[in-house]
Design a protein around this ligand. Structure first.
Ligand code: FMN
Length: 338
């Protein structure tokens, strides 16, 4: 399977839910939720793409980097790349029913694991969504990260204990789903978290905790103070608040404030290995891919492995072309600013 075949498969399977645009930038699908789009005008989704487009790389060719290493270490585990699959809940509902929820979770977990990457799975209005994701992670010996919606703390702690039991690598909480309508209309309470609530989670959960949806330095600082292990700089792919900046715009100040205290993930609009390199140069330790993985899911686990390998190869080429031997040698110096 290759990227061209994957695109063709997607075009056959997705219908109008995702038109497989040459560049997935949120213009054609603006406002389409359910669907692939960003909320409202879709500007927050587009801002992710625009922000990355505005970052320029310095081309370096006089050096000795021939075989760069993309190895990434996370809480004692070694990954072949700093590229993970983002959690996606409601794939059937949003993406023309092209795949059942559990089959998608299975494809993500296995497609990532088979190439040394790591997949995250989601939570939703139906309890089965979280449980299906957990079963898929359990089946591969814990190689995955379940994501829990920002439910009341007692519920989060209960779900996190289940993740601990199956040996998951960490748990994530997408606090940016604090006002998610599909949870509230189905009677599922979600909401933002205070410092005290984060502290309570940290004191009651033994796995590393990732808070997803941080877009402001102040929020990142509170997460760090509460002992949270990692954050995802994310606007949920532009699906929760219209008119936010792009994640690449806010990442540098957040990384400068808390990068030495916790692991920093970022997502939003990352479509190529060049984008991955830009995000690492702006201060991220690793990135998550959302829509590209949902599209690659058209080819099942094999399709997702194909995408992940393709992204890693592009990242390696970009590291050669900027003179970076390994992830620790990537920094602001490879970015072009006048
Ligand atoms: C259809 C769809 C469903 C999503 N569901 C979830 C979810 O259940 N939990 C979550 O944390 N993020 C969810 N996200 C957000 C992604 O995890 C990720 O933050 C976002 O897609 C990254 O942007 P990108 O798609 O431009 O790569 C969803 C995104 C999409 C497109």
């Amino acid at each position: 399977m290759n990227m061209k075949e994957l695109r063709e498969l997607g075009k056959q399977k997705f219908g109008k839910a995702c038109r497989m645009c040459p560049i997935c930038d949120g213009r054609v699908c603006a406002g389409e939720i359910p669907g692939a789009g960003g909320v409202g005008t879709g500007q927050a989704f587009r801002n992710n793409i625009i922000a990355l487009t505005e970052v320029k790389l310095r081309q370096r060719i006089i050096h000795s980097v021939h075989t760069p290493s993309t190895k990434f270490t996370l809480w004692g585990k070694t990954l072949t790349m700093p590229i993970l699959a983002a959690p996606i809940g409601g794939i059937a509902f949003n993406w023309n029913n092209y795949i059942a929820e559990k089959m998608y979770a299975d494809a993500v977990i296995n497609g990532c694991k088979n190439v040394g990457s790591l997949g995250m799975v989601g939570d939703g209005k139906l309890p089965e969504i979280y449980q299906d994701g957990l079963h898929c992670i359990e089946a591969v010996g814990g190689w995955g990260i379940p994501t829990i919606k920002p439910r009341p703390n007692d519920q989060i702690i209960k779900l996190a204990k289940q993740a601990e039991k199956i040996g998951a690598i960490a748990i994530a909480i997408d606090v940016d789903a604090a006002a998610l309508i599909n949870m509230t209309v189905s009677g599922q309470k979600v909401g933002p978290k205070t410092y005290e609530e984060l502290l309570e989670l940290k004191n009651n959960i033994s796995l590393p905790i990732i808070i997803k949806g941080v877009m402001e330095v102040e929020d990142a600082v509170v997460c760090a103070k509460a002992g949270i292990d990692a954050i995802v700089v994310s606007n949920h792919g532009g699906r929760v608040l219209d008119h936010t900046p792009g994640t690449a715009e806010v990442l540098p100040e957040i990384a400068a404030a808390v990068g030495d205290k916790m692991t920093i993930f970022v997502d939003g609009g990352i479509r190529t290995g060049f984008d991955v390199l830009k995000m690492l140069a702006l201060g991220a330790d690793a990135v998550l891919l959302g829509r590209p993985v949902t599209q690659a899911g058209a080819g099942g686990a094999e399709g997702i492995s194909c995408l992940m390998n393709h992204m890693r190869e592009e990242l390696e080429a970009a590291m050669i072309m900027t003179g970076c031997q390994d992830l620790s040698s990537i920094g602001r110096h490879i970015l072009y600013t006048k």
